[in-house]
Design a protein around this ligand. Sequence first.
Ligand code: FAD
Length: 554
Amino acid sequence: MIEGVKQQKWWGWGEDGLAYRYEDKPKFPAFVQKMVGIDVTRPVKPIPPFSSLDVPASQLSDDLHAKFDEILGAKYVQTDDETRVVHAYGKGVRDLIRIRKGDLGRVPDVVLYPGTQDEVEKLLDAAVAADAVVIPFGGGSNIVASLEAEPGESRQVISVNMGRLSKVLEIDETSGLAHIQAGVFGPDMEDQLNARGWTMGHHPDSFVWSTLGGWIATRSSGMQSDKYGDISDICRGLTMVMPGQVLSLRPLPSSSSGPSVREMVLGSEGRLGIITSAWVNVHRIPEVRELQAYFFPTYEDGLKACEQIVASDAAVMMARVSDPIETQYIMANGKKSGRVSSLANKAIQRIMLQKGWDLENIAMSFIGFEGSANHVRYEKGLVGKIVKENGGLGVGKGPGTLYDQKKYDTPYIRDFMLDRGLICDVSETTTPWAHAAEIHSVIIERFQQAMDDLGVRGVVFCHLSHSYHSGACQYFTFAIADDSDHQEETYDVAKRVIQQGFMDFHGTVSHHHGVGEEHSPWLEQDISPAGVFIQRKLFEGVDPGSNLNPGKII
Ligand code: FAD
């Protein structure tokens, strides 16, 4: 490991020693038992030690090794097994399944840690001159297989870890723009910005373990996108190192210089070059920040309310509503409540029953407000009215505050579940509002049918996570009880049925996880064969030798 560059554990999410715990959540075991028939309290097999893996030897040639040592210094040229394995995959559940059973794929031959743009230029030219494959690496958090080398790749494979390029270089306080190096992780970047009174406002669930360059390269979106925009809105300019040249796009609020090159780089997943820095929109830290919780009698009522909130003058920072099963999941993740909150919960339940709601069918919603105290008061007034008109009920900021504190712990749950033979992952899409309710019910129905056909127990639930003028993103989480040797095949069935459902019912292949290899089978249906033709010509033109992260996207 390189000092100052964070590295995730080789077999799962995040930091060694941190894990999801059910012991302080009294309702969680019963929820899982009811949904998929698994007893999460039963003892689990420990993760095998790293030494039990059969890691293929590095194929880095002595010549290229010497060249990289000269460019970077030997310390920043790593060929040890654990570093190479950590850089072999992202963190999709397929990756976790494979790595746990010792299926390591085509492990990179070397991991490089450049500290300057000049070093990135030199290493890329040296790698391409040796006809090697170059894969930029941010936090390694993607879930779409956008980092792994192609199976059987016979050329040398170079992973370029951007973690030493982690500085906020400049803040243009007049324009609200910051120039930031691409390898910075979310928390480190926000610490540097916050110290000067600014924030970028981009908070994906993977914030702790993902980087600015990775967000740009996958067209990421954070949970506050309703106010701050997706990364494609936030990133206004950038520098990208390409073989033999450097792309430099100045930060501009808008421009009509032909097909947008900035947009071509957004979502390029390392296929056009290595992004070394970007100019991004930044905002003054708001005076007030509040997450209010609401309940609706049904998910459809919650969807309608979100659509109206987005169309209103409220301009909220976040509008999220969970379907009934996800609502039960959120409740099951609650800690044992004290006497006062337990009484309050019972009082809320009584009100819902008096209103004639079916408690198994209710939908929980979090709406986020930011700005001056006056502005937040105004926004809450507007939202409260819309919630009421849609039959909803406000329950205050207690649950929202808890959600806000715990939001980055959630990713650890996938490892916990996999330890217990439960395959969990996610798929998200956007549709126009006109199709939002329909796609939700179709995906649930098709997924359940597929699980019945397979003869396994599975559950899928969903929340609306990001809203736009014309539609919204819905984010589906699924869990399947399968402890067999065929977990990958089972995952494939679930993934296929969900992705095809997106295509059949007006959705896109992915709202914010990108394409990688995982979603590329659906790309033609998403953007039409002509769209794929344009992308192919772009990649072939920029990278005729297919050295830059080949096989991703198309
Ligand atoms: P990596 O995974 O390291 O790389 C992703 C791709 O980008 C690769 O193709 C890589 O080659 C390329 N790349 C990385 N850095 C550069 C660079 N400097 N120049 C050129 N190419 C580069 N995503 C969201 O958008 N929102 C979420 O809320 C969200 N939640 C998640 C929750 C969990 C539990 C997990 C596992 C993932 C989640 N993701 C989410 C997906 C993932 O975090 C994003 O795709 C993220 O943008 C990847 O960033 P990274 O730095 O980890 O990139």
